[in-house]
Ligand binder design. Structure first.
Ligand SMILES: [Zn+2]
Ligand SMILES: [Zn+2]
Length: 179
């Protein structure tokens, strides 16, 4: 008997970015609503933005019915556990539990061994999300944000030529190329 933690009786809407069917873990914007703004991990990592939704919005990782998760462990606790293991070092379950606060040393150890050692995909997904979040809060420049126009070859030239500060030459070049 499967007891899924999913508490959403409705069919999920597709990813807002690419309209693909969402599989866990996926991302739910915590700031857009009331209809849920959902993104797949691919669109999320690309920094997808749409209308009011910005890539620096707070988000939740939706893993409610991810089959490897145990009841009683929230996505936040999973993240905290991974973070604590990174901070304290693998095997240092006493300190990990101390940092976690909500779980005992034994719970942390068995949960980590069971869910993360045997599921490198899931743990690496969570870790990369975590690192992105940290990169984002540490520096407002988001490297994967793509706002360049499609003809970026010209932009490359702008950079090179501006370096030798010959902008008038550049303008000529662009004009003649357009005309
Ligand atoms: Zn998508
Ligand atoms: Zn949003």
């Amino acid at each position: 008997m499967l007891s899924l933690l999913a508490n959403d009786p409705f069919d999920k809407p597709p990813c807002r970015g690419c309209s693909s069917y969402l599989v866990e873990p996926y991302i739910k914007c915590a700031e857009c609503g009331p209809s849920p703004f959902l993104l797949c991990l691919q669109c999320f990592t690309r920094g997808y933005e749409y209308k009011k939704h910005q890539s620096d919005h707070k988000y939740e990782i939706m893993t409610s019915d991810f089959p490897i998760l145990e009841p009683g462990w929230t996505a936040q606790e999973e993240m905290a556990l991974l973070e604590a293991v990174m901070d304290c070092g693998f095997g240092n379950w006493q300190d990990v539990a101390y940092q976690m606060r909500t779980k005992t040393k034994e719970e942390c150890e068995s949960h980590y061994m069971k869910n993360f050692i045997n599921n490198p995909l899931f743990s690496s997904t969570l870790l990369s999300l975590r690192q992105m979040e940290e990169a984002r809060t540490a520096d407002s420049a988001i490297p994967f944000k793509r706002k360049r126009p499609p003809n970026s070859i010209h932009l490359g030239m702008v950079h090179d030529i501006t370096a030798v500060s010959d902008i008038s030459y550049l303008n000529c070049e662009v004009d003649s190329a357009c005309g």
